[in-house]
Ligand binder design. Structure first.
Ligand SMILES: [Zn+2]
Length: 436
């Protein structure tokens, strides 16, 4: 039975413009997929089981965060004077060690999932820690919430404190437990549906994994058909370090590639600030997706990724909050930062156009969503991941719908998000404790 939602509908089918339907209708089937979108209810076919009218509100695709460290959520907003490598040693690793304690992990992860919900992110690629038990717990919390997540048990066995090291066998064993528990597709109405919450192979980055561990990660991804996430070309010291550790590799990306971790299965790489030449060609050839994390890149003084250039080259790009290198969990804020840093590049070299609002919105929705399947648009066949925005407190009178969208992105926050949907289901606020 299909359900129809009525509101002012905005989404980006193409990156250079918004589709705008004033008082439009979206029909969603029982599997949570969009079957039609139109300004006219009659054109959507058979009588729906229910029409939900959101009145003068905006209905837009939900946000997707392609790079976020759940285990660093508590560290948001500290140590912003440090660059990547000292920041990892002095703040990140000590915090991640605490996740050996599942009671601590539960407190922090419940807050993380609740807040991701709050800011309107319905799908995320998440880094947990090396700990299997607390990673399992985080995956259960996403399942309980009904939100989509690819969750990585972070792999490390060198250049980090002993408490964050594990053997290759322990890494493989931990993953296999999570794979057994979370990778089974379910059948909904006779249709095979991929689980909303799944593991993703997550070598932290080349410096924290020995060749044996990297090889084992590549083998796991191939054996179980799992996606891969990691960090790439974020910082110049990091790139020099990778070159010293992997002298046979022609570039940082090639170091992953040699272990089967660079597009052999669907792969997202965060940052890519200094990606060029052979690395860029390899990403294109292997369809490795760039995760642009402008907020984090500013905070850690890492640099500015040339996103316009990547788009012109045909690379796939999404956005990431990169908590806690980034200090804001909202992808709306990251989207806005992506526009601002692109304007800085434009000022420095005005042969390269800055990102427009529709392009940045498209990066956060349809482009990023493609990593999860058909997610991030309202075209027929897409999973209905959506937000309902009540911008009446933002003085919206007499603005066009496009201007209202722009003003929400620049001026709004989670207080204006009044409904959230993931794969067709309305998602209610996740509980902060098991008793609630
Ligand atoms: Zn990161």
């Amino acid at each position: 039975m299909k359900k129809v939602y009525k509101a002012h509908i905005l989404f980006t089918k193409e990156r250079d413009r918004f589709e705008v339907l004033e008082n439009g209708y979206i029909a969603v089937d029982a599997d949570g997929c969009v079957v039609g979108v139109s300004a006219d209810l009659a054109s959507l076919g058979d009588e729906p089981s229910e029409v939900v009218d959101f009145g003068d509100r905006l209905l837009i695709p939900a946000m997707n965060d392609l790079h976020v460290h759940a285990s660093q959520y508590r560290n948001m907003g500290v140590a912003m004077d440090l660059e990547l490598l000292p920041w990892l040693q002095n703040y990140t690793f000590p915090e991640e060690m605490k996740y050996a304690d599942t009671a601590y992990a539960e407190r922090m992860y419940r807050r993380f999932v609740r807040d991701l919900w709050r800011v309107g992110t319905m799908r995320a690629c998440v880094f947990a820690t090396i700990h299997t038990e607390s990673t399992r717990l985080l995956m259960h919390l996403f399942q309980e919430a009904g939100m989509g997540a690819l969750v990585g048990k972070v792999d490390m066995n060198r250049n980090c404190p002993d408490e964050l090291k594990e053997t290759v066998e322990e890494m493989v064993g931990g993953y296999e437990e999570l794979i057994a528990e979370f990778s089974q597709p379910s059948t909904v109405n006779g249709r095979i549906s991929t689980p909303l919450v799944r593991p993703i192979i997550t070598p932290r980055f080349i410096p924290s994994c020995t060749p044996e561990m990297l090889r084992a990660c590549g083998e796991l991804a191939a054996k179980y058909g799992l996606p891969v996430q990691s960090h790439l070309s974020e910082n110049k010291d990091e790139i020099a370090w990778v070159q010293a550790l992997e002298p046979e590799s022609s570039c940082y990306g090639d170091a992953y590639n040699r272990y089967g971790l660079f597009g052999q299965s669907p792969t997202v790489m965060a940052h890519c600030i200094y990606t060029q030449g052979e690395e860029l060609e390899l990403m294109k050839r292997n369809d490795v997706m760039v995760v642009h994390c402008p907020t984090s890149n500013l905070n850690l003084s890492s640099g500015i990724a040339p996103i316009r250039h990547f788009l012109d080259e045909g690379l796939r790009v999404g956005l990431g909050s990169d908590i806690s290198g980034g200090h804001n969990l909202s992808i709306f804020r990251v989207l806005f930062d992506a526009i601002q840093v692109s304007k800085f590049l434009y000022q420095r070299n005005n042969t390269v156009a800055f990102l427009s609002l529709s392009e940045a919105f498209w990066l956060a929705t349809k482009s990023a969503g493609s990593f999860f399947g058909k997610v991030g648009s309202f075209e027929p066949g897409y999973e209905f991941d959506a937000l309902v925005i009540d911008d009446s407190e933002l003085n919206h009178e007499q603005y066009t719908l496009l201007e209202r969208m722009e003003r929400y992105i620049y001026l709004g926050d989670d207080r204006q998000i009044v409904h959230r949907f993931c794969r067709g289901k309305e998602i209610m606020e996740p509980a902060l404790s098991a008793q609630m």
